[in-house]
Design a protein around this ligand. Structure first.
Ligand code: PEP
Ligand code: MN
Length: 337
């Protein structure tokens, strides 16, 4: 159950509503969105109380939802959510948004070269990790703050947006200064303190699906961000663990079709981690767009074999150019651009 508050209510009117709810033992969480204030009912809500609340002077309307992810569900909002960033870019509209770049920011010259190639290929957003979640603690962990600086400057030079990963609550403030979109990695999909804190930010969050996660767990993770008041959430399917040893993960495109029915949030696909092999990325990118994805997140490198991280799945800049051209054809075929 969601209680929508009227726009122009006074503090006194709101206090009276909270008193009524407390008296009727109804627990709620207040959500302050950019353009809307609401109360999410977390437990019981007897029919009698419902009528009383509906008639309250502070209440606009009440919405019933049968999904646990109340704010992410289609019953809360039927129109697709358009996530705007970097001035004029929007994810979730008819245009397919391409985010591409290296797995990690390796040096100033590497990211500058990549940004130039990305722009030429038709990419909208430059990706690059400065803080890397590596399975092996002895592997390259990212350049940190200086990496963010290189990334932002390179993107600015070529008029690209920026997406980079945030691993830790303590780094949010720093990363917010450099990025247009926060990336939450697969391994952090259930890092609830991180999700809660990002819920208080105003920049978009691209939330990757945990490699083990069900759709319900994925949407509930998104709900953590939404309930904090940040309505700019982008879901990202990046492959799950299956029994198949030939690819790094299995890109689950069922997720795209299913989530499109279940949520108003935009969905992006990361075919690079999904397959783990550069030669398969182009095919799966096209499949993702055909399945209804709103964008792609792709790992590319000017010298893939020497990529410091995820070298096997990094595609060359020539391959990326080809990929973007072919993806655009598929996009047009399915009524997108
Ligand atoms: C990445 O994008 O480089 C990354 C670490 O992705 P994931 O969280 O999907 O493994
Ligand atoms: Mn990677």
């Amino acid at each position: 159950m969601i209680i929508f508050l009227k726009k122009d209510i006074t503090a006194k009117m709101e206090k009276k509503l909270h008193e009524l709810l407390a008296f009727r033992k109804v627990d709620v969480i207040s959500v302050n969105r950019r353009d809307q204030r609401l109360l999410v009912v977390t437990g019981r809500f007897p029919e009698m109380t419902r009528r009383e609340v509906e008639d309250h002077i502070a209440v606009e309307s009440i919405l019933e939802t049968d999904r646990p992810y109340k704010l992410a569900s289609k019953s809360f909002k039927t129109d697709p959510t358009l996530v705007k960033f970097n001035g004029k870019l929007r994810i979730g509209g008819s245009e397919i948004i391409i985010m591409a770049g290296p797995c990690s920011v390796e040096s100033k010259s590497q990211i500058n070269q990549m940004a130039k190639h990305m722009k030429e290929s038709g990419t909208h957003v430059l990706r690059g990790g400065a803080f890397k979640p590596r399975t092996d603690p002895y592997d390259f962990q990212g350049l940190g703050k200086i990496g963010l600086h290189f990334l932002k400057n390179a993107a600015k030079m070529h008029h690209l947006g920026v997406i980079t990963e945030v691993l830790d609550v303590r780094a949010i403030e720093l990363i917010e200064k450099y990025t247009d979109i926060f990336q939450v990695g697969s391994r952090n999909m259930q890092n609830y303190p991180l999700l809660k804190e990002l819920g208080h930010c105003r920049k978009p969050v691209l939330l990757k699906r945990g490699m083990w996660a069900t759709y319900k767990e994925f949407l509930l993770a998104a709900e953590y961000i939404l309930v904090g008041g940040n309505d700019k959430v982008i879901l990202c399917e990046r492959g799950i663990r299956t029994h198949v040893p030939e690819t790094r993960f299995t890109l689950d495109l069922n997720a795209v079709a299913y989530l499109k029915q279940e949520t108003h949030l935009p969905i992006v696909v990361d075919p690079s981690h999904g397959v783990g092999r550069a030669s398969l990325v182009r095919s799966m990118s096209k499949a993702a767009i055909a399945a209804g994805a709103d964008g792609l997140l792709i790992e590319a490198h000017h010298d893939p074999r020497h990529s410091v991280s995820d070298a096997d799945q990094a595609i060359s800049t020539t391959e990326l150019t080809k990929l973007v051209l072919e993806v655009k054809k598929v996009a047009r075929a399915v009524g997108r651009s």
